[in-house]
Structures are given as structure tokens and as C-alpha cells.
Ligand binder design. Sequence first.
Ligand code: SF4
Length: 446
Amino acid sequence: MALTAMDIYKQLPKTNCGDCGVPTCLAFAMKLAQKQASLDQCPHVTDEAKAALEGSAAPPMKTVTIGQGDKALDIGGETVLFRHEETFHHPCGIAIRISSALDEDELRQRIETICAVEFDRVGMLFTLDLIALDGQDGNLPAAAAIAAEASSLPLILISEDIEALRGALEACADKRPLIYAANADNMDAMTALAKEFNCPLVVRGDSLEQLFDIAEKAIGAGIEDLVLDTSARDTASVLQDQTAIRRAAINEKVKPLGFPTIGFTVGDDDIEKVISGCTLIAKYAGIVVTDLLELDTLLPLITARLNIYTDPQKPIQVESGVYEVGQPDASSPVLITTNFSLTYYTVEADVSAGNLNAWIVVVDTAGTSVLTAWAAEDFTPEIIAKTMKECGIEEKVDAKIAVLPGGVAVLSGDLEQESGWKVVVGPRESSGIPAFLKTEYAERIK
Ligand code: SF4
């Protein structure tokens, strides 16, 4: 449970000195409660108060970082059971499992394929997050050395052979790979490896109770970055265990279960594997490991993740400004729309599909669609005219003629006055733009 402003205020010095940048301790407490300030901005808070506040404010699930550098992956750190209560903070990582027994050429080719996977969805670029090297068939140290050299993606090292893991860690410890996995039989050796190489460690139990015990022992041994695996593999058990772990962490603050989880796609065919992967993404895996590497099977996983991990309070939006579709020149039409991603990309796709060249002026409406923005007075003639002036479209075209979405035709007169442009009312639906530009537009601008 998050601390209230009053909980925080009780721990502050109450001198209202203003050194934190706000006039009173109560105002500072309110900012802290809203996560708009950090405790270190008050130079007078006592060590006891700091310990009490930081302890209470610590998230119920630890954030665990795998890898190093730009591609390092943060997982966990979640604070709610349901996305609509706040948001989920760290999108689950998708790891592709490859056998360490592949010969060097095959291994390099597979890694190259993994690194090349890229999807562009409504202006966001999605890639794969991790490479899971499965050392069950041997050769793990050599494979880890190749993977570390050929890719900057974080690694997961999978093996029950402690010496093979040690060799692999020596080859790639600077990548801070995730070690898989400590279980009831090998946990002393595994925790020693994780400590020696300062790497995060998966703990695996055959039941929730056993997982709790192993995680508790690993914490006692000084391992701070754990990832949990219940060993459940059929979808119903996975769903049950993942939900139980998340509830225990968030609702009951059960510390040994306050870590992100890892799961594996299972199934007799690709469709079953996709379903199990989407189940893990929805409930509540920190990492999904799969051997799916075809784009048509990865796309559902990436789309499911996008849907679960977008912030429900922030519409997906594009930058305000002027965009080119095709190869527009000084005689190309100028279309006006809002910065809601789906609106912009629909307009862009319809213009592209018509093989047309056009400029699109995108107005910042806080990520809302045309009619919503108009109703909220975020898409007014004044705001549109200001964007047209500031985005530089005037210098790109010969004639000052702009096409306004048909749904807000009522704005056209005032927009002409505000902007000094001739305003042509376009179709209500974006799908009508190609036909409109090819037929009516020439007549309307005469
Ligand atoms: S610096 Fe600390 S003591 Fe001073 S007003 Fe801010 S919170 Fe209060």
C-alpha cells in the first residue's frame, strides 16, 4: 500500500524551512506521495525517518536488471495486480531459446536472425529482448562466448551442470547474464556462482511452497536479484501459480515471492505455444522463453505485450509537427489531423495505400482522436493555426491550402481567419481521403 501524504508528513522535520524547494513540509509530503519529488530533496530528514520512509515506500516486487548497457532489461518492480489500477511498469522480456550445441555458423546465424527481428507498431519499434542459451546438450561456455561477442542482447544461461555454467559465466560475466536455475538439489553451488559473478539467479521449485523455501534461502545467502520459476508448464497450472505469486507479492508483501517470474512457452504446435506465451504475458511473467522465431508467431506475443503494458492513462501518441507521406513537393496537399497514434497512422496508411504524396500536419491534442479533441477543446482553430505556423509547413508549399477532417467542418471558417489559409473540408472518414484527393480536391481548391 502506498504511503499517504500524512504518513510521510509525520516523518518530516515540520520546520517549513523551504530548503526542499516547496514552502512547507506538508506540501513536500504531498509531492512525495504523488511521486513528484524524492526524499533526498529534504536535507534535514533524519536517518531514522529516511529508513522508515524508504522501507515503507519500497515496491512489493523487486526490479531485477539482466544484462548491461543499452540493451539491459529491467523486469519486475510492479506495484499493482491489475493494469487499470495504475499501470504495469516493466514490459515482460521475450527470450528466444537456442541450443548451445549448434555449430558456430548455425549459432551465429540464429543470433543474427534474433537481433534482426523488428516490428513497427503505431510508431513504436519492438525487438526481441534476450537470448536463452540452452546448455543441456553441452558446449555452453563456447556458445556463451560467441553469443556475447555476436550480440548485445542480455543472455540467459540454462544448465544444471555447474562447471559448464562456470565456464559460460567466465566467457560472458561482463554481460550480467541470468543464471537458470537454482533448485532444491543444487542451490548452494548456484547461489555461490551468482554471488561470485554478481549475476541474477532463477530459483526453481516444484511447488509454490518449495519455491518459497528456496527463494528465502537464496535471500539469506545474500542474493538480491532473483527470478522465480514454479516449474509449472501446462497453461492452467502456469496461470494459477503466476496469479498466486503476484497476489502474495502485492497483497501480502511476501518477500521471498516479491520477485519477477520466468515462464516457457509449451505446446505440440506453434498455435499452442503462442497461446501459452500470451497467457504468460497476460499473467504476469517477467520473462517468456520461447523457441518460436517465425515473425507470424512472434507478432501475437509482441502485440499481447504492447496491449498489456501500455499505460491506460496515456494514449499512444506521435510528436506534433509536419510529416511527409510519399514524396510530397510544394504542390502536394496538406492534411490536418491529431496526434493520437491510431488516427495519425490510419491517415498515413490511407494516403500511402492511394499512392499519393501529401503533407500531414499533426496537432498535439494529448493523444486524442479528432472528435474527442474537438469536444475537449484541444482541437480549436487557435490551436491548429498555431501548430501550422510553428511546424514550418508554410515554407514547404506554394499555396496555403489545408484539408480539415470532415467531422470538424464547423471549424473551417474560424480556422481560415486564424491561419490565413484556405481551408477545404475533407471526408469524415480517413478511408475517404484517397478518393477525395483524386477527384474532388482539384475542384475544391479552385
Ligand atoms: S526541506 Fe525538509 S524540513 Fe524544510 S520544508 Fe522541506 S520538507 Fe520541511
